[in-house]
Write a protein that binds this ligand. Structure first.
Ligand code: GLN
Length: 447
């Protein structure tokens, strides 16, 4: 039924790079066999999931929506994928993303854009746009996304679904194709907070294959679902509500969410964290710097595409010129510049100092509040093409989500109604490291 539902929406929305019906059937049959044998079932037995196409799947193309990896099939599964399958989940396909997860609209994919099920003339957000759109369309209940600066929460908000970025290190990055290694995290997109919690519980936990994987667990999250918010202190963050450029319809919904949490027993107080405004400029030095280094491995020798040349240098130049799209090239150039001798201290090192300021600002905020509340994005879903010519306008889509990644903290986007035009609005809950259960408890109150 799920494969049929996917086929029905796929023509209009373009959520997938690769569909995996044979794999899905084989995994579903394995679950059936367990049922027939009376064997114990995993927590996600038989549940279909979609997987963002920057997570490795053994034998199944994993492209990062880039021409440079279009023909590449990894020999192994990412830990998050392997854990889902071990939990009984059924992988129905690999979802579309902005090329190498660089973007906020899923328009930089080499294989064409994904569309928003609420209004197919609009973007689903990005970079996990395929995962968000297919869950929003109701075709697949759960999907994996990745969030480096907002790529789970921003598309979740624009598509009216739940998206959770876990604490850095809570979910293994083994088999996640690296964009910015100190920021990347794998996490769930789902129709409900409970589903997102169940998915997170299945993929989280220590992994010896990822040296940044945390030794201790955060979980389980699903047990916090009915905990409520009575007695919790929630800070309504001025910089995430009153910022310049925020749409009035978005702001109103966040204020309504604050009232709903207060009505459920939380102590909601306004709070100001001015350092959050420094997140975007710091991120656009640190993330491209790490990307320029991570993407050096696509040299025409080790992975994917090769375009021949007279010598190795020309082969590499031609391969990279043909294989990467314009946004990826812009990031590589920005990052290489920021790391180069003579500019390193002024840009990269300075951005790292700013990152520390943001971490300290969050520490101070969490002395006053258990959770923070604000908008996920300044606007609702925008029309396709509206920001492709203006990278800075596109970068601003993540101004509210990026600080969390710089601090390594978890955050949740929950759909909370629509604006006047009927487009979904997401509200964002932020928490200190490993406080995912509190996010789940508060998020469930807003459903
Ligand atoms: N939109 C941001 C960027 O382009 C964040 C992307 C992400 O989280 N992967 O870098």
């Amino acid at each position: 039924a799920c494969l049929e539902a996917v086929e029905q929406v796929e023509g209009q929305l373009g959520c997938f790079v690769t569909l995996t019906p044979e794999l899905a059937r084989a995994q579903a049959e394995a679950v059936d066999a367990q049922v027939a044998a009376g064997a114990p079932l995993g927590p996600l037995a038989g549940v279909p999931v979609a997987v963002k196409d920057n997570l490795c799947t053994a034998g199944v193309p994993t492209t990062c929506s880039s021409r440079i990896l279009a023909s590449w099939r990894p020999p192994y599964d990412a830990t998050a994928v392997a854990r889902l399958v071990a939990a009984g989940a059924v992988v129905v396909g690999k979802t579309n993303l902005d090329e190498f997860a660089m973007g906020s609209s899923t328009e930089t994919s080499a294989f064409g854009p994904t569309r928003n099920p609420y209004d197919p003339s609009r973007v689903p957000g990005g970079s996990s746009g395929g995962s968000a759109a297919v869950v929003a369309a109701g075709a697949v209940p759960l999907a994996l996304g990745t969030d480096t600066g907002g790529s789970i929460r921003q598309p979740a908000a624009l598509c009216g679904v739940v998206g959770l970025k876990p604490t850095y290190g809570a979910v293994s990055r083994y088999g996640l194709i690296a964009f910015a290694s100190s920021l990347d995290q794998v996490g769930p997109l789902a129709q409900t907070v409970g589903d997102a919690a169940a998915l997170l519980d299945a993929i989280a936990g220590h992994d010896p294959m990822d040296s940044t994987s945390l030794p201790e667990g955060v979980l389980p999250c699903h047990r916090a679902l009915d905990r409520g918010v009575a007695g919790l202190r929630i800070g309504l963050v001025r910089e995430l509500v009153e910022a310049e450029g925020i749409e009035p319809g978005v702001r109103r919904r966040v204020e309504d969410a604050a009232e709903a949490l207060a009505a459920a027993g939380a102590a909601v107080e306004p709070i100001s964290v001015p350092e959050l405004a420094l997140g975007l400029p710091a991120y656009y030095l640190i993330a491209p710097a790490e990307a320029s280094s991570n993407l050096a491995r696509y040299d025409g020798v080790r992975y994917g595409l090769r375009v021949d040349g007279a010598d190795v240098e020309e082969m590499q130049a031609r391969t990279r010129a043909a294989g990467f799209g314009p946004e990826v090239k812009r990031r590589i150039l920005l990052g290489t510049y920021a790391l180069s001798a003579g500019y390193y201290d002024a840009y990269y090192a300075q951005a790292q100092r700013v990152r520390t300021l943001i971490v300290r600002a969050f520490e101070r905020a969490y002395e006053q509040a258990d959770l923070l509340l604000g908008a996920t994005t300044p606007t609702t879903a925008f029309p396709l093409g509206a920001k492709v010519e203006d990278p800075l306008a596109m970068y601003l889509s993540d101004v509210f989500t990026i600080p969390t990644n710089l601090a390594g903290h978890p955050a949740l986007s929950v759909p909370f109604g629509t604006d006047e035009a009927g487009l979904p609005v997401g509200v964002q809950l932020l928490a200190p490291a490993l406080a995912e259960p509190s996010l789940v408890a508060a998020g469930a109150v807003l459903e």
